[in-house]
Design a protein. Structure first.
Length: 313
């Protein structure tokens, strides 16, 4: 990753980190002054989000390391590992502490003191979180093309964008819940409502964590490239007059922008080994030119009847 572009490429993460650090401090101060359980839960939430951005930045830095003997395909998938850790943190720390704090406040309710500070902090937090959410959404929409938002989430191979987008969405939902909880607790003189709001925030975080964990797990196991890109590879290979048929094109993302491809192709019987080597070398050069994301290309000459088939999932 080029140094001049590092901040630009990670603008979503840096923006979210700056916003969450400031918000976390303000929320804890407000919780200490007013005794709001929902506000304390939101403070925990912001701390977890800040740690998550740090981990994703670390993961992106590590994923840029060049290949070596121990890791011949590079470290790109390390980003996927840290995205999975982030999902665990959101669930275990964010959701767990929020639900525990809400349950404690429900069982031993404390009268809510002057909520004015809470309203001020919540208003500032909504502005900051909304700004971070807007930046993340803009980056996400720029990458999705004609895909729907949910389809792009399932298709995306870059967790540094969709993790922040989902975290910020959960944060905005949590802020709304916290505001309603503080208001209802004060208006109806029912401190248990504040504890209930904290548990609802925990539930929101748990759902987001489950979605993130599912997608991060899929990326860790190894996801194929888009069907359009696979089709393009197949078309380029089939267009060669020395190829009688393409048995299969198998791809796997080794990082958000790097793809390993293994191609099994049936060649004309009259081609010699020397000619085949030259043809395949030229094909690999063309594939890298047409599709720069292909970091590793493996072409195997193989008779159609001998080629292994993939079972449908």
């Amino acid at each position: 990753m080029a140094k001049p572009n590092y901040f630009r490429e990670n603008l979503v993460l840096f923006g979210a980190l700056a916003a969450n650090l400031g918000i976390a401090v303000a929320k804890f101060i407000a919780a200490g002054i007013t005794g709001s359980s929902a506000m304390l839960s939101e403070g925990f939430h912001s701390v977890v989000d800040s740690l998550n951005q740090v981990l994703l930045l670390y993961g992106k830095h590590r994923s840029g390391k060049p290949p070596n003997r121990k890791h011949p395909f590079g470290y790109g998938r390390e980003l996927y590992f840290w995205a999975f850790v982030v999902a665990i943190l959101v669930f275990a720390v964010g959701a767990g502490l929020s639900f525990y704090e809400g349950l404690t406040h429900w069982r031993r309710p404390e009268p809510l003191r002057d909520p004015t500070v809470n309203y001020i902090v919540l208003g500032i937090a909504i502005i900051l979180e909304g700004t971070s959410w807007t930046i993340a959404l803009r980056e996400f929409l720029a990458a999705k093309g004609d895909q729907g938002i949910w389809s792009e989430f399932r298709r995306s191979k870059d967790p540094s964008v969709f993790v922040v987008l989902f975290e910020d969405t959960a944060a905005l939902a949590g802020l709304i819940v916290a505001a309603v909880g503080v208001w209802a607790s004060h208006v109806f003189d029912a401190p248990r409502i504040d504890g209930m709001a904290s548990m609802v925030i925990g539930g929101i975080l748990a759902m987001v964590a489950a979605l993130l964990a599912r997608e991060a797990k899929s990326l860790l196991i190894g996801e194929s490239a888009d069907t359009e890109l696979v089709g393009k590879i197949r078309d380029l290979v089939e267009a060669k007059d020395w190829v009688t048929g393409v048995n299969h094109v198998r791809t796997i993302h080794t990082s958000p922008r790097e793809i390993f491809v293994a191609i099994s192709a049936d060649l004309e019987d009259h081609i010699t080994i020397g000619e085949g080597e030259k043809f395949i070398e030229a094909l690999e050069t063309e594939l890298r030119t047409e599709i720069p994301e292909l970091s590793s290309i493996y072409v195997r000459p193989e008779a159609r009847e001998d080629a292994a088939r993939l079972t449908s999932d």
